[in-house]
Structures are given as C-alpha cells and as structure tokens.
Design a protein around this ligand. Structure first.
Ligand code: FAD
Ligand code: NAD
Length: 475
C-alpha cells in the first residue's frame, strides 16, 4: 500500500520547503522528501541555500568583513585594538552553527505546519507515484494528487579543470576551507566568484579571478558595474577579464593554471582553485520513464508561467526551471504553485525580481538596466545620488557607491533601480515594492524618508531623475 498525500514535494530547498508549508497552510496533506547530506553525513533540510549557499556564504561574508574593518577601518573611528588575530576555526564553527540553526528551523516549521518531512531520494513514476529510497536503502512507495519537483541545481564543472574537492574545488568546498589559502584562484567573476573571492581576500589570500567574458558583470547596470570593478581592484581582487582557462593541474600542494587572454598565454600557480562558472539544473535519477515531464535542451524542466510541467498535476519550481537561480525566486514559485493547487490565486511577477551581490560595497538592483532600456528604444531619464553625500553613509564610514534610477520619460514609471553601497540589498526592498505597485518616480519623490538613513540615497536619486535633488548636484 502506498502512503497517499494531496501533495508531495521533492526537494526541501528554498523552493520546495515553502511550497510544502503553504500547501499545508492550505489544508492539504503534504510530504516533502529531501536527500541532502552534509559533509559529516547527516541529513538536513534547506537545500543548497541553507547548507552550502546563501546562508553559509553570508555568515562568512559578515565575519570576514568585520575582520577587515577591524584591521583597516577601526583606527579611523578612533578605536584601538591590540594585535588583531584570525581564529578561522572559530569563524567556521560560527558559520556551521548558523547553518545548523537554520536547517533545524525547517524541521520545526514542518512540524508546526503538519508537513511530513522525509529524508531520502525520491523518484517520480508515471501516475504521480513517488518511490522514496530511505537512508537504510529500503524503498517506499508514495502516491499524490499533485507532485512538485524542486530538485535544485548543482555546480557546472569544467572538463579541462578536473574537480578533486581538495585543490580544485567548488563553492561548497570553498565555504569550508580550514586554512586561508595563500594564493586563491577563482574561475568566473560572477556572483559566487565575487562573494567568495571577497571572503578569502579579506582573510588574507592573494586572489586572482579569471573571467572568460571581456565585460565585467554584464547583467548589471554598467555604471554600477564600473564602480564595482574600481572598488574590487582597490581591495586587491585581481580580476582578469577575457581570460580563458585552458587547463589546470594539481602539482604537489598547488594548482598550475594556464589561461589565455588578449596578451597571450599565461600560467599562474595557486594553492586552491575555485570553479564558479555557473550552476546547472539537477534532475539526476529524478524522473522514471513515462512520467511525461520534459526537459529543455539545457536540462531545465519545461514549465509554463505558472510552473506547470507537461505532465498533469506535476509542477516544477526553483533552480530546476528557467529564470534566475535565486532563492527568493524559487520561494515565490513554490508558494504560487501551492496556492494554485489549492484553487487559490497565484502568480510570480518575473519582471520584479531583485538581485543582490553581497560584496562590500554591496550591489543590488531590480528591473531594467539603463543599457536594456536604451536597447528597447523607450525614451528614458536617469538620476543618481552618491553615498558620498549621504550623512548616514559618512557617519558609518561607508560612503562608497551610489543609487541610480532609470525611469520612463513618457509616463514617469520607474523602470529600474540600481544601488552599489552600504546595505544595498536592504535598500532595494523599497524599490521592489515601488515597482511591484508600478510606482512613478514622483511617487518615490513624494515619499518621506527618515533622516539620516541610507534610504535617503534612493529618495535623492528619484529627485535627481527630474533634476530636483536637494542634497546632491543635479547633472
Ligand atoms: P536547492 O536549494 O538546490 O534544493 C534542492 C534540494 O532538492 C536539495 O536539498 C537536494 O538535495 C534535493 N533533491 C534533489 N533531487 C532530489 C531527489 N531526487 N530526491 C530528494 N531530494 C532531492 N541565492 C540567493 O537568492 N541569494 C544568495 O545570497 C545566494 N547565495 C548563494 C551562494 C552560493 C555559494 C550558492 C551555491 C548559491 C547561492 N544562491 C543564492 C542560489 C540559491 O542557493 C539557489 O537559487 C537556491 O538554493 C535554489 O533553491 P531550490 O530549492 O530550487 O534548490
Ligand atoms: P554566474 O552565472 O553568476 O557567474 C559565472 C561566471 O563565470 C560568469 O561571469 C561567466 O561568464 C563565467 N564563466 C563561465 N564559464 C567560464 C570559463 N570557462 N572560464 C571563465 N569564466 C567562465 O554563476 P555563479 O557565480 O557560479 O553562481 C551560480 C548561481 O548561483 C547564479 O545563478 C547566482 O544567481 C546564484 N548565486 C546567487 C548569489 C546571490 O544572490 N547573492 C550568490 C551566489 C550564487
């Protein structure tokens, strides 16, 4: 006999576990199956995000930034510290503790909402049957009216750079180093490359980042990208653009990396090499023959705008489907699907998904870049405000960067908001809400912002769009 549920969710990452919780809130019977095992062999809910992504990386970014500020900035504040030391073991213990608290929290949430959490590998069979292989190897059959596939993604590996988990590593390994590498190589100047490169640079590594593209952060507004590149260079991140890695080989306790750029072939030796060239959808042993679920040419599960797959009552959400690989995008898809299954309204506004890069200065944006608006041909206007003119940023000794707004000339609609500076990821929340409500620039201009706050920079950028900035020079 199969156990029968209204909904079975496969994967308990930030796309799957919210789907399970919302489905239970909608009074459906729900099981959520996950196979994630941490390096110590223990099972844990939370997926990549909680175990090996968003949360551990932010824990280390915070610790390493505090270390760097204590080293380089406390003196400016008039704070004297004795000899500053790094206890990496303690830092890593804190990181692991934060992860454990958060992943245990999912067990609590499952219990509180009545979700049956199951540890093991799940495979979808035709007819919405799900075979679950448990930790002891035994197989159990489950049956559901609806199945939600939320199996996530996995790092892309390069054939010419053979992963060994010790010297040539992925982002998960790079979060768990037990010593600061003297020389760290990173392939890929994307989000992971910049965040993890920053962590280890701040803790003392010499960091070289090899990026195949000629353009830095092509997905970001280029005013912001240029500002970011300048800061990262100043911080000592050696970012080589147009650098194509042809080989990497472990030699003794180091890695020899060969790459070519416009100047020709180069070789560099590093102690660890992190491959951060993107992630691919993970569907290994997920789908039995005959389920009707189809993959596209890049391996993503094919879905419509409501995350329906080609198979009846089978849905897919998160990194395993098209769209940005972001935890909050997956979460909203999971919630949407759980609401649709229950017969409620559900939708995701894919035009208003914020992006944040948690470097210092932080980078965040929502909506269109100036380059995208220009290419679309719609007449537009822009306004910027530098944090150098923000009283709060000055008081924080964090006056780098700017806020920039791109608005439509015809009806004043806010089309994109771009911030590089302190707490940019928090500041972007206001812009997301404004765009979700189709705000005009004037709406932002007429909204009162507390003084002195960093959010005044967004307000002043909105004023600057119409050359009405008070605290900045209108250009
Ligand atoms: P995952 O989180 O990958 O979860 C999928 C789960 O499904 C896993 O637990 C997996 O074990 C399980 N699973 C897969 N197949 C099966 C099966 N057949 N049976 C049972 N279980 C299965 N995003 C952000 O928005 N902000 C950030 O700051 C951020 N930082 C990141 C930092 C790093 C280093 C990395 C690697 C990623 C980061 N991301 C960040 C991306 C984010 O982690 C992903 O977008 C997010 O985790 C995707 O969620 P998901 O639920 O779709 O998949
Ligand atoms: P990414 O797509 O952000 O960046 C990969 C970079 O590697 C790109 O710049 C690409 O041009 C480059 N690249 C690709 N192949 C290369 C090669 N052979 N040689 C040199 N460079 C090469 O991917 P990522 O940094 O690996 O991150 C994976 C996913 O995780 C992303 O989709 C990202 O959204 C998500 N993530 C998000 C956050 C966040 O939201 N703060 C943090 C980390 C990861």
């Amino acid at each position: 006999m199969s156990d029968v549920y209204d909904v079975i969710v496969i994967g308990a990452g930030p796309a799957g576990y919210p789907a399970a919780i919302r489905a239970a809130q909608n009074k459906l019977t729900v099981a959520c199956v996950d196979e994630w095992r941490n390096t110590d062999g223990t099972y844990a809910f939370g997926g990549t995000c909680l175990n090996a992504g968003c949360i551990p990386s932010k824990a280390l970014l915070e610790s390493s930034e505090l270390f760097q500020r204590a080293k380089d900035e406390f003196a400016v504040h008039g704070i004297k510290v004795g000899t500053l030391g790094l206890d990496l073991a303690a830092m890593q213990k804190r990181r692991a503790g934060v992860v454990k608290t958060m992943t245990n929290g999912i067990n609590t949430l499952f219990k509180a909402n009545g979700v049956t959490g199951i540890q093991g590998h799940a495979r979808l069979l035709p007819g919405n049957q799900v075979a679950v292989k448990g930790p002891d190897g035994s197989e159990k059959m489950l049956q559901a009216k609806h199945v939600v596939l939320a199996s996530g993604s996995t790092p892309i590996r390069l054939r010419s750079v053979p992963h060994d988990g010790k010297y040539i590593v992925d982002s998960w390994n790079a979060l768990e180093f037990d010593a600061v590498p003297k020389r760290l190589g990173v392939i890929g100047a994307g989000v992971i490359g910049l965040e993890l490169g920053s962590v280890w640079r701040r803790l003392g590594s010499e960091v070289i980042v090899l990026e195949a593209l000629e353009q830095f952060l092509p997905m970001a507004d280029q005013t912001i990208a240029k500002e970011a590149q300048r800061h990262f260079k100043k911080q000592g991140l050696d970012i080589k653009l147009g650098a194509k890695v042809s080989s990497a080989a472990v030699a003794g306790n180091a890695v020899d990396v060969v790459y070519t750029d416009a100047q020709g072939e180069h070789s560099v030796q590093v102690d660890k090499l992190v491959v951060a060239v993107g992630r691919r959808p993970f569907t290994q042993e997920l789908l039995a023959q005959g389920t009707g679920v189809e993959l596209d040419e890049r391996g993503f599960i094919k879905v419509d705008e409501h995350c329906r797959t080609q198979a009846p009552n089978v849905w897919a959400v998160g990194d395993v489907v098209r769209g940005p690989m972001l935890a909050h995008k997956g979460k909203e898809e999971g919630v949407m699907v759980a609401d649709l299954i229950a017969g409620h309204y559900g939708e995701v506004n894919y035009k208003v998904i914020p992006s944040v890069i948690y470097t210092a200065p932080e980078i965040a944006w929502v909506g269109l870049t100036e380059e995208q608006v220009k290419a679309g041909g719609r007449p537009y206007k822009t306004g910027t405000f530098p944090f150098a003119a923000s009283g709060r940023a000055r008081a924080m000794e964090a006056a780098a960067g700017m806020a920039k707004i791109v608005s439509a000339k015809d009806d004043d609609e806010v089309l994109g908001v771009h911030v590089i500076g302190p707490m940019a990821g928090e500041l972007i929340g206001e812009a997301v809400l404004a765009m979700e409500y189709s705000a005009s620039t004037e709406d932002l201009q007429r909204t009162i912002h507390a003084h002195p706050t960093l959010s005044e920079a967004v307000h002043e950028a909105a004023l600057a769009v119409d050359k009405k900035a008070i605290d900045g020079v209108n250009r």
